[in-house]
Ligand binder design. Structure first.
Ligand code: NAD
Length: 791
């Protein structure tokens, strides 16, 4: 045998990581007493336990205490009790605790990694080099936010007691993403790990004890959906932070509707991995291995859809197949293993079922001939070609080692295919042409975009989704806001708007001209679809005019007009700023007319009508000025990359307005939405719609692109539900009565639009705090684009 032959004949020997310490750790404690509540270790009040098995063998690993609603009650009570003292601590004191947690985790780094691999099945190389270091980094990074809280987040306070529910794919990392920002913000937590993977959270609770976390600040309850639902529905919890499937995310959105709980949802994905013809194919193949076979493909942001440019498809697929043949499927604790077992038999069955269905729908599913261990929930890496865009493997999250391939001809088609999904978590773009990559990234509906890379994460850079991948961010400054509330100047409770058109109308003295205001859709004044109008009364109950009675069809037309209008979102920030200044200028020119209108409709004195008008113009000026200043950031994560945290508009926003301060409320919500580049569909005050309809001419003469502002007057109680249910609306802001606010949140589940309500209260619109960054932040999504550098 010559050297070359010897080289080719070489194979990997076993390189197992020792598990003795992890086994000793499990044996040394009573895991039936593993609820960590108020700083004590407790058994479940029911005495129940659940079994946890080892994915690599299917053998029983541990019996873990199973919390029920009573245990969750006790944990919430402990968190509530601990809250005042924890939030009263100085930022520096909290920073010391977070730092101590990070340091203690470093000391237990190896044990955490081995336990994680035993419990979840992930290869030790991943838990050791990725999960655990990233989790530690999260605590160390957030120690800084804890100390900087007052300076960096003025006008904010901790949201309170937080309920957190996490999945099994990154048990420790997801725990870190949840607990670190919560503690930094001054919140106390009740966290539930997933029922498949409870172990590292137990070790983490021990670390909290040693790191000096005060009793009750961190509570960890174990169990399944029953305990999860008890957290979600608990009346004494102020915020729910959930990571898991979109299906359960939607249940939680519905369950928390109207409760006033703050909510963040980090859900599933079907992320595109896009390879353009000028990409470095060998790098792209390595990226793909990481993108789809990292953690057996059980990754929310897995690059599970390979979109490849036609001319290079055959070459790339050939390289991918060769590489797949070399992936080592084996024991998670072996340092040579690339792919471990799936987490559980149920997951294995689900993956097999989806592959079979994908094949039934026409996909060709190919697997390499690699050896598989005899026991455990192992699955070969799988490549599906001939996948039509509607195939289940192109649309559904498989959450397993399955890659679906599709081809595209040009850039526009690539972007269209990439966005052809209800999800919007991540995307990976491969091209050696940086101009092309940076041109594509902003057009992708995804919270994270990696250029010539994949699966890069860091505590400094936010992570989270668009669309049905959920809302809220973890990491970055934006992640801290999820655990803070801004002190908004809430006003009185909003009463349900009366049905218009009822009651006595005194026509005496009404001028006999046609004064029916139309709707404003797509830049034109249009008659309402139903051709009905409703009487609008002045402060004395006399007919002041008539307003169009918009219906479901009008809302649909307005959303369609807003969706198809590109002029505003594509305009430069400077251009938007100029147009908002024109609006303010043109409004100023009509001061006398608007002041008289406000006064006659609302009964405000001339002086207070003038004050409302002046403040409205001032606020428009402010948002005009902010349109080109509320910008993103650049992060420098510990990688050879910069992260561009871009502010992108949410998209098409519905805005439902209350009756008081009709001009100022309109400006206070519509102006920040426009300043951040959104197109809007506004349902103005039902009682005083004429203030909004008087604005048509101002809008028409201010260079606002057609479709950027659409106004539909009518019954708020009828129009708001249509907006809430509309699947092509990206967000809804609603100041209305409590029932309508609850309805809007509950009905938003179709596409998980971002809903922001006053929870049945209005705002004191004249307060300084009714303008500012809080409102601008509601108008944006933060997209993190990772741009690598170096050879
Ligand atoms: P899952 O939704 O089934 O469960 C997640 C958690 O919710 C578990 O702790 C579970 O016990 C609990 N739960 C289940 N039903 C519940 C209910 N009705 N009420 C309250 N809690 C309930 O998801 P999974 O199978 O554990 O995890 C996989 C999913 O997580 C995938 O869809 C994946 O994409 C997603 N994920 C998302 C991210 C992200 O950051 N976007 C990160 C990791 C995983």
């Amino acid at each position: 045998m010559n050297i070359l032959e010897r080289y080719h004949a070489m194979d990997y020997g076993p390189a197992p990581e020792a598990r003795g310490e992890a086994d000793a750790w499990m044996n040394a404690r009573n895991l039936g007493k593993s609820l960590f509540i108020a700083g004590e270790w407790r058994a479940a009040s029911s005495g129940k336990t659940f079994d946890v098995s080892e994915p690599s063998s299917g053998k029983l690993l541990a019996k873990i205490a199973e919390a029920n609603a009573a245990d969750v009650d006790a944990a919430v009570a402990a968190a509530r009790k601990a809250l005042p003292r924890w939030r009263a601590k100085s930022g520096y004191e909290r920073a010391r605790v977070l730092y101590a947690i990070g340091r203690a985790m470093q000391r237990h780094q190896r044990l955490l990694a081995v336990l994680e691999s035993i419990d979840n099945g992930k290869p030790i190389r991943e838990s050791r080099d990725i999960d655990v270091p990233l989790a530690i980094r999260h605590f160390l990074h957030h120690a800084g936010w804890a100390q900087a809280l007052d300076r960096e987040f003025p006008g904010h306070e901790p949201v309170g007691v937080v309920g957190q529910v996490i999945p099994w794919n990154f048990p420790l990392l997801m725990l870190a993403w949840k607990i670190a920002p919560a503690l930094a913000a001054g919140c106390t937590v009740v966290l539930k790990p997933a029922e498949f993977t409870p172990l590292t959270a137990i070790l983490f609770a021990e670390i909290c004890e040693r790191a000096g976390v005060p009793k009750g600040v961190v509570n960890i309850v174990q169990g399944g959906p029953e305990a999860g639902a008890a957290i979600v529905n608990h009346p004494d919890i102020d915020k729910i932070a959930f990571t898991g499937s979109s299906e359960v995310g939607k249940i939680i959105r519905k369950a928390t509707a109207g409760s006033g709980k703050k909510l963040s949802l980090e859900l599933g994905g079907k992320s595109p991995f896009m390879v353009f013809e000028d990409a470095d194919l060998d790098s792209a193949v390595e990226g793909l291995v990481d993108g789809i076979w990292f953690n057996q493909g059980q990754v929310c942001c897995a690059g599970s859809r390979l979109l490849v440019q036609e001319g290079i498809a055959d070459a790339l697929i050939a390289k991918v197949k060769t590489r797949m043949g070399r992936l080592r499927v084996g024991q998670p604790l072996d340092k040579n293993t690339d792919i471990g077992p799936l987490v559980d038999r149920t997951q294995l069955d689900r993956v097999r079922g989806l592959i079979a269905e994908g094949a039934r729908q026409g996909a060709q599913c190919w697997q390499p001939d690699n050896a598989l261990p005899e026991t455990g929930y192992f699955h070969l890496p799988t490549l599906a070609t001939g996948v039509s865009p509607a195939n289940i493997l192109a649309q559904e999250e498989v959450f397993g080692p399955v890659l679906a391939v599709m081809t595209f001809r040009n850039t526009d088609e690539a972007i269209e295919l990439a966005n052809n999904t209800r999800f919007g978590l991540a995307a990976s773009v491969w091209s050696e042409n940086i101009n092309l990559a940076v041109h594509v990234a902003p057009q992708l509906k995804a919270g994270v975009v990696w250029i010539n890379g994949t699966n890069m994460f860091d505590a400094s850079s936010g992570f989270g989704g668009y669309r049905e991948s959920g809302f809220g961010r973890e990491g970055g400054k934006e992640g801290m806001y999820e655990y803070l509330v801004s002190k908004l100047p809430y006003g009185p409770v909003v009463k349900p708007a009366e049905k218009p058109g009822l009651g006595e109308v005194d026509e005496a003295g009404a001028p006999a001209i046609d004064r029916t205001a139309k709707l404003f859709i797509g830049g034109k004044q249009v008659r309402p679809d139903g051709n009905y109008s409703y009487p609008v009364l002045d402060r004395k109950g006399r007919l002041a005019g008539e307003a169009g009675l918009g219906n479901r069809k009008d809302i649909r037309d307005a959303v369609a007009a807003a969706r198809s209008s590109k002029g505003w979102p594509d305009a430069t920030a400077y251009n938007r700023s100029q147009v908002l200044y024109y609006l303010a200028e043109n409004l100023s020119a009509r001061a006398a007319e608007f002041v008289a209108r406000l006064s006659s409709l609302t009964g405000a004195s001339a002086k207070s009508a003038q004050a409302e008008f002046d403040l409205s113009v001032e606020r428009l000026f402010y948002y005009a000025g902010m349109a080109d200043k509320f910008e993103g950031r650049v992060h420098t994560p510990p990688a050879r990359a910069v992260t561009l945290a871009l502010h992108e508009p949410v998209g098409v926003l519905g805005i439902v307005l209350p009756s008081e301060a009709p001009l100022l409320a309109f400006v206070s919500l519509v102006a920040p939405a426009l300043a951040t580049g959104n197109n809007v569909v506004v349902v103005p005050s039902q009682k005083h719609p004429l203030v909004a309809t008087d604005l048509y001419q101002v809008i028409e003469t201010s260079d606002v692109p057609a479709g950027a502002v659409n106004i539909v007057t009518g019954r708020v109680a009828e129009l708001a539900p249509v907006l809430a249910k509309h699947d092509d609306l990206d967000g809804l802001w609603l100041i209305a009565d409590a029932d309508l606010c609850r309805m809007a949140e509950a009905e938003s589940v179709g596409n998980l639009k971002r809903v922001w309500t006053g929870n049945g209260r209005t705002l004191d619109w004249s307060s300084d705090a009714a303008a500012g960054e809080t409102f601008l932040r509601r108008g944006i999504e933060v997209k993190n684009v990772w741009v690598p550098y170096g050879d």
